[in-house]
Design a protein around this ligand. Structure first.
Ligand code: BJW
Length: 235
C-alpha cells in the first residue's frame, strides 16, 4: 500500500464480520437467509415496525446483541487496528456495522454510522446508555425512569445516519478510500465513493468477496475473504 497517503478512509460492512461468525444482511446465512432470515426487513428494521410490534423488534436485536457479544474480531479487524496504530497518516474507519468488533480489535478512529447494538436510546428523554442486557417493552430508562421508552440505538431505514457532518469532512480530505465487505446497496454509504472521486488524486479500492453493486466506481478491486485480503493489502 505504501506510505504516500495522508488521509485514509475505510468504509466497512457486514462482510468484514462474516468470518467472525456474524451473518451478513444479503448473503445466504447459515440457515440460508442472512440476518433477516425469517423476518421481512420492514418488520424489524424500520421505525414503523417498532411502532407496530416493539416486542418482535426487541427480540430480534436481543438475539443480534448476544451473537455479537459471543463473536471475536478476526484478522481483518486486527489488520485495520494495526494500520491505524502504525501508519504515519490519518486512518479513519466508518463502519455500517452495529457490532463492536472494530473497537475490540483496537481501532479508535471509528464512526458507527448505523448505530451500535450495545447502546440503547430513550425516546422520552433522549439519553443514550451502554448496556449488554436484553431490552423489552418493560425496561425502564435509567435517566428519566420512563417504562417502555427505550429503543435500540440503531439507524433504521428512513432514519438519518449518525455523524454525517464528520463523515463528510473525512471524505472531503480522503486520498485513499477502501470499501470492505459491503454490498454497496444502502445509501448514503453506497455514495461515499462518488464523493471521494471528486478529488482527482484520490485512489478508491473495493475489497470484497465478490463485485458489489458499486463495483464500476472503484479504480482497484480485490476479491476474496476479508480475513485474507485485508491483512495482505494494508499491512
Ligand atoms: C464478504 C465476506 C467475506 C460476505 N469477506 N466480504 C431509493 C434509492 C436510493 C436510496 C433510497 C431509496 N429508497 C430508500 C432509500 C434510502 C435508504 C436506502 O439506501 N435504501 C436502499 C435499500 C435502496 N437508506 C436509508 O434509509 C438510510 N437513511 C437515509 O437515506 O436517510 C436520508 C438522508 C441521508 C443522508 C442525508 C440526509 C438524509 C438509512 C439506512 C439504514 C440502514 N440500516 C441497516 C439496518 C441497521 C439495523 C440492523 O443492523 O439491523 O444497516 S440496513 C443494512 O444494510 C444494515 C447495513 O449496515 C446496511 C449495509 O449492508 P452491508 O453491510 O453492505 O451488508 P450486505 O449483507 O448487504 O453485504 C455484505 C457484503 O459482504 C456482500 O457484498 C458480500 O459479498 C460481502 N461478503 N462475506 C469479504 N467473508
Amino acid at each position: 500500500m505504501g506510505e504516500r497517503f495522508d488521509h485514509i478512509v475505510i468504509l466497512t460492512g457486514a462482510g468484514i464480520s462474516a468470518e467472525s461468525g456474524l451473518d451478513t444482511f444479503r448473503d445466504k446465512g447459515r440457515d440460508g437467509g442472512g440476518i433477516w432470515s425469517g423476518h421481512a426487513v420492514e418488520d424489524v428494521a424500520t421505525p414503523d415496525a417498532f411502532r407496530r410490534n416493539p416486542t418482535l423488534v426487541h427480540n430480534f436485536y436481543n438475539m443480534r446483541r448476544r451473537a455479537a457479544r459471543a463473536a471475536e474480531p478476526n484478522d481483518a479487524h486486527h489488520a485495520l487496528a494495526r494500520l491505524e496504530a502504525c501508519y504515519p497518516g490519518d486512518v479513519q474507519i466508518i463502519t455500517q456495522n452495529v457490532d463492536d468488533l472494530h473497537e475490540r480489535a483496537g481501532s479508535r478512529n471509528l464512526i458507527h454510522m448505523h448505530g451500535e447494538l450495545r447502546k440503547r436510546r430513550c425516546t422520552a428523554c433522549g439519553s443514550i446508555e451502554i448496556s449488554d442486557s436484553d431490552l423489552s417493552v418493560h425496561t425502564s430508562c435509567a435517566a428519566c425512569l420512563t417504562q417502555g421508552s427505550l429503543r435500540p440505538h440503531i439507524v433504521w431505514f428512513g432514519e438519518i445516519p449518525l455523524d454525517l457532518a464528520d463523515i463528510t469532512r473525512h471524505l472531503d480530505a480522503c486520498d485513499l478510500f477502501l470499501s470492505i465487505g459491503t454490498s454497496g446497496t444502502v445509501y448514503p454509504a453506497a455514495g461515499f465513493v462518488d464523493i471521494v472521486r471528486q478529488n482527482p488524486d484520490a485512489l478508491t479500492v473495493e475489497l470484497n468477496l465478490e463485485p458489489s453493486a458499486g463495483e464500476t466506481k472503484f479504480q482497484q478491486k480485490i476479491y476474496g475473504k476479508a480475513r485474507e485480503i485485508v491483512p495482505s493489502y494494508v499491512n
